[in-house]
Write a protein that binds this ligand. Structure first.
Ligand code: FRU
Length: 470
């Protein structure tokens, strides 16, 4: 125990006022407001009987806390799921003038853990009524049957959902959001990672070759695989991967097969990422933690303690690369802050804030080092071969063996194309997000420095501009 209790509350990343959060749920955009629901335990800073918490924002950067949206009931805890802004009122729970918001979530039985899908509806987008006919998708005899994500099915012209079912995901379709028919399955692992699936999402993105579909699946790796290679593909037990392919109205087909798994993030701390249901552009948010140590991180200590925070919202695009179509990411909501950036010099720069962004133009090789008075350092470096984020000496590691492992603290991502790298780096108290190579290499990691970083050292062929976030 370090003796000092630091406030690790980020300035622009969503975190709860107190206690525990995990996965983002039910993200929708209604009348100029972004809604974020999330897995929430309101009574202690560790996981417990799940509720849905609720927050809202107009800019995806500053969030207001709203009353808890869903409480556990006789069917169980309220596990992850999604929301549909039902504009046409196909559910009949509202009117066309006042469309209902439908939450589709997993009821996880407190005893025995049986999982089935349920719905709830709201017409003021704050207070929800559970549907008397729950569950709407009863358990078919499947262990691990959860996390429904609803999306518009343009082929059948109805809503579909994708949910996690053990080692695969399943697709269901519905005309009224109450009666669901199974339409298909997709099993990851022939390419990519295999394991227990969680929090899938399926959505289209436009490319010059027409529309392609992306399937996100958060994976729990089998215990005996974790740490085998110690690289970005297996050093932690929970990793989010994606596939690129087609959706024929019934199921997903992987057409852009890759030798290596495609990761939504190469860092250790971006899990259960999903997209907003009804935005024209595709924007994701992930949980910026990892189950391997999320329940014991130092941010939960002390009277201001909280555990769990979200990544920034990231807009996605598919970019053509030598090995196929791959996702590229861009942070949302930072335009005004970026516009106030100022240049940093080579060598040492004093930091006036613990929450800042860096716009970086790096040549063949560059190194950025954050340091504090306790001698802790967080290093981000680029060479023609790789992008490296080294948080092994960046702050407290004593709270978890898994977090303290060298392979967990050292993120090394190959750069097949080499060359210059444009990066946006966001450092916000206890979360570091690097979008390297113009957004092609996202790396999110949590750090817990004993004291604020005071100095940023800029070395190599690099131009850096800084903008403040608080
Ligand atoms: C993923 C997850 C989901 C589940 C929720 C429970 O992080 O395990 O599969 O619905 O968290 O809080």
């Amino acid at each position: 125990m370090s003796g000092c209790q630091r406030d690790y509350r980020p300035a622009i990343h969503f975190a709860p006022e107190a206690n525990w959060i995990n996965d983002p749920n039910g993200m929708v955009y209604i009348n100029g407001t972004y809604h974020l629901f999330y897995q929430y335990y309101p009574h202690a800073p560790h996981w417990g009987p799940m509720h849905w918490g609720h927050a809202a924002s107009e800019d995806l950067i500053s969030w207001r806390h709203l009353p808890t949206a869903l409480y556990p009931d006789e069917l169980g805890y309220i596990f992850s799921g999604s929301c549909v802004y039902d504009r046409e009122n196909v559910s009949g729970f509202g009117t066309k003038e006042n469309p209902p918001l439908i939450a589709v979530f997993t009821s996880h039985a407190a005893q025995g853990g049986l999982e089935q899908q349920s719905i709830a509806y709201s017409t003021d987008y704050e207070h929800f009524e559970k549907y008397y006919g729950n569950p709407v998708i009863p358990n078919p005899g499947q262990k691990d049957f959860r996390d429904p994500k609803v999306f518009w099915n343009p082929v059948r012209k109805c809503y579909s959902l994708v949910l996690a079912a053990g080692d695969h995901v399943e697709f269901y379709a519905s005309g009224n959001l109450k009666e669901w028919e199974k339409t298909g399955e997709f099993k990851p692992g022939a390419h990519g990672l295999s394991g227990i699936c969680e929090c899938p999402d399926c959505f289209p993105l436009q490319t010059e070759e027409g529309e392609k579909w992306v399937l996100f699946i958060s994976m729990i790796l089998p215990e005996d695989c974790v740490g085998q290679r110690g690289d970005v593909y297996d050093r932690v037990s929970h990793i989010t991967q994606y596939y690129v392919g087609d959706f024929d109205g019934n199921s997903f087909r992987d057409t852009q097969q890759s030798e290596l798994p495609l990761l939504v993030d190469f860092g250790t701390d971006n899990y259960a990422a999903v997209t907003f249901q009804n935005l024209e552009e595709k924007v994701m948010i992930g949980w910026a933690d990892n189950w391997d140590y999320a329940n014991v991180t130092p941010s939960g200590e002390g009277p201001c303690g909280f555990r769990g925070k979200m990544t920034l919202a990231r807009r996605m695009a598919l970019k053509r690369t030598a090995s196929g179509w791959r996702l590229s990411f861009e942070n949302c909501g930072l335009e005004a802050k970026r516009a106030c950036s100022y240049p940093l010099s080579r060598g040492e720069n004093r930091l006036s804030s613990q929450s800042f962004g860096l716009s970086v133009e790096a040549g063949e090789s560059a190194m950025l080092t954050l340091r504090n008075a306790s001698g802790e350092k967080l290093v981000i470096s680029v060479t023609p071969e790789e992008l490296v984020v080294d948080r092994t000496a960046a702050g407290r590691c004593d709270f978890s063996e898994a977090y303290a492992k060298e392979c967990c603290g050292l993120t090394r991502v190959p750069r097949p194309a080499g060359g210059n790298s444009t990066m946006e780096i966001i450092m916000d108290k206890c979360v570091l997000e690097v979008l390297g190579d113009g957004g092609r290499i996202p790396v999110t990691v949590c750090v817990f420095p004993e004291h604020p970083y005071e100095v940023l050292c800029v070395d190599g062929e690099v131009e850096v501009r800084c903008f403040l976030l608080d």
